[in-house]
Design a protein around this ligand. Structure first.
Ligand SMILES: NC(=O)c1ccc[n+]([C@@H]2O[C@H](COP(=O)([O-])OP(=O)(O)OC[C@H]3O[C@@H](n4cnc5c(N)ncnc54)[C@H](O)[C@@H]3O)[C@@H](O)[C@H]2O)c1
Length: 259
């Protein structure tokens, strides 16, 4: 299904990123993964490093010079990515570093807001601009920007009552913003690339029983998603089966956004 695809992916070492990598390799794609240096990068190298269709680069999506240098290096290494995923992202969980309590909205710092924008929104812009500078027009392209079920629809703040984490304002703002970038680019590159937004729902990742129960009540299918269920749609969007789709916002959320 993906044997003509070379897929460049940011934030490849996370729960969804690493699932995409595995499924894309299984589907016959070449995968050009990128990740921040650290444990997740090392985990990718250990798990997939020996696969003949896998390459791995260190890249911070919020760093203008690194994004330009990495894409330059990828191309110089002879890779010709024809699918790009803007998948890297941070959530409010970074606010709980070193045991800190999750702040309420009135105590949200400008620093945390700006940091979230720099990764979740500026990152996709930097990757897209580099595509425009170095790749667009050379071969057909697909760009998939990853948003969230919390992009175009509000969270229910009540489900976070008593939980160690809350829903973070900057996260929603960036995920809505990334779809704005999708629409803008789909129109700008209209004959040269398709650009779509994939919006995962709530993916199970060891959440407490109580949190699972609260969020599941808001989802038509009454359950959280498994990473492979999001990957199924990521693979479809990467494939030629999605050639006539562009500028779309695709929910994979068990019906959260439809209720
Ligand atoms: N898991 C969910 O429930 C869920 C739901 C909706 C949307 N999403 C979206 O799906 C995508 C993947 O989510 P995930 O659950 O795998 O998250 P994750 O936190 O497990 O993975 C995100 C990855 O991005 C990387 N990253 C963070 N900052 C970076 C930077 N500056 N440069 C490069 N990489 C960086 C992290 O190291 C991490 O490996 C994200 O865009 C996320 O917002 C996830």
């Amino acid at each position: 299904m993906l044997d003509t695809k070379t897929i460049f992916l940011t934030g490849s070492g996370g729960i969804l990123g690493s699932t995409y990598v595995r499924r894309m390799l299984d589907g016959g794609a070449r995968v050009i993964a990128s990740e921040l240096p650290g444990a997740r990068y090392d985990g990718l190298a250990d798990t997939f490093g020996s696969h003949e269709n896998f390459a791995l680069y260190k890249m911070d999506v919020s760093d203008e010079e690194q994004v330009a240098a990495t894409i330059t290096e990828v191309l110089a290494d002879g890779h010709k990515p024809n699918v790009f995923f803007n998948n890297a992202s941070i959530t409010g969980e970074m606010l709980m570093k070193d045991g800190a309590e999750f702040p309420d909205f009135s105590n949200t710092t400008l620093e945390s807001w700006n940091k979230t924008l720099s990764v979740n929104l500026t990152g996709p812009f930097l990757v897209a601009r580099e595509i425009d500078r170095q790749v667009i027009g050379k071969w057909d392209l697909k760009l998939i920007n990853i948003a969230s079920m919390y992009a175009l629809r509000a969270p229910h703040h009540d489900i976070y009552d008593g939980m160690p984490f809350k829903n973070f304002s900057a996260y929603q703002a960036t995920k809505a913003g990334v779809h704005g970038l999708t629409l803008w680019l789909a129109s700008y590159w209209r004959k040269k690339a398709t650009v779509n937004t994939l919006a995962p729902g709530a993916v199970f990742n060891g959440h407490s029983e109580e949190f699972q129960k609260r969020i599941s009540e808001l989802i038509m299918q009454d359950r959280m998603a498994q990473p492979d269920e999001i990957a199924d749609v990521a693979l479809f969007l990467s494939s030629d089966a999605a050639n006539h789709m562009t500028g779309q916002f695709i929910n994979v959320d068990g019906g959260y956004n439809a209720w």
